[in-house]
Every structure is written in C-alpha cells, then in structure tokens.
Write a protein of this length. Structure first.
Length: 175
C-alpha cells in the first residue's frame, strides 16, 4: 500500500472534522445567549412556583441565595444548590420560610440522570414534597426505588441549602 493511499483518506477525514467542529462552534456562538436566557427564565419560573408573587433579591452575588418579599414583607428565602447524582450534578432550588423551615423543593436540572429512573427525582411530587417542613440537615427521607443515588444527590443538595439558610439565620439577618 502506497503512502498516498493512506494520506488521502486521512486528510479527508481531518477536513471533515475541522468543518464539523467549526459548524458547532459557530452554532454555539450564536445560541449561547439564548440558552443562558432560557436557563434564567426557568430559574425565575421555579422561584415563582415556590414563593408566588415574590420580588427576589440576590443576597449571594452568585445567583445562589435569594430573599423573597411579597407585598413588601419578607416572605422567605430561596437557595440554589447542586450535588452529584448518578451521572452528573443535580441542581435543586429549595424555598424556606423566614424561620428556616423548608417550604418546597424544585429540581431545576436533572437532565443527565438516567432517563426513566434517575430523572424521576425531577418529576415525582411525592418525593419532592417529603422535604417540606425539614429544618435540620440529615433528616431521613425516602429514596425513589431504582434511583437511590439520584435521590441521595437531591438530599445532599437540600442539606446544603439548609446549611446555607442556617448560616444566614445565624448572622441575624432574618427576622
């Protein structure tokens, strides 16, 4: 076999790879702002589900801890945390009343978890509602059958949110 016979298909394959990579880069460049806007809108929608009619103020400067006021009165707090699930990080939004009690949990992102099993943490309302009323980390919760690691990831993210809320309350900021 001649070197020309090997070199030509190799160069064609490299050229195809360069063209496809360039096309993906251009697509990413033109869609990144739209994707970021859609993610922010999803976060805002989730906030409104947890504390309706709220005016949200970012207390962290990192878009991870918010105060919510309804009618000018402090209504609660929202923490956004993430913890490792089965395949990737699960992003969780946890709402608290002004005393630090969990009011609700919303799974913002679990798209990379196992379809049909691990992704149930994002859709199973019974699973999510079991966190309501929790005030301390490590309180026992039931995992979704077949999605134990994903469930533990959500539990860890909620525990992280509780720790963040406890730090906030310890500062004496919440009344």
């Amino acid at each position: 076999m001649k070197i020309k016979d090997l070199l030509r298909p190799t160069l064609i394959l490299v050229l195809i790879c360069v063209v496809v990579t360039a096309a993906l880069s251009v697509t990413n460049y033109f869609t990144k702002d739209t994707i970021a806007l859609q993610k922010q809108q999803a976060v805002e929608t989730a906030m409104k589900q947890l504390i309706p009619n709220g005016e949200y103020t970012d207390l962290s400067g990192e878009r991870s801890f918010y105060s919510a006021k309804v009618g000018g009165k402090e209504a609660g707090y929202i923490a956004i945390t993430q913890a490792m699930g089965y395949k990737d990080y699960i992003q969780v939004m946890t709402a608290f009343d002004i005393t630090g009690r969990v009011m609700g949990v919303n799974i913002i992102d679990c798209a990379d978890e196992s379809p049909g099993i691990g992704q149930k943490v994002g859709t199973d309302q019974v699973f999510q509602k079991q966190f309501v009323g929790i005030t301390q980390t490590g309180e026992a919760t039931d995992a979704i059958t077949g999605a134990t690691i994903s469930s533990k990831g959500v539990q860890k993210a909620v525990d992280m949110a509780i720790e963040r809320m406890q730090q906030h309350l310890a500062k004496g900021v919440a009344q």
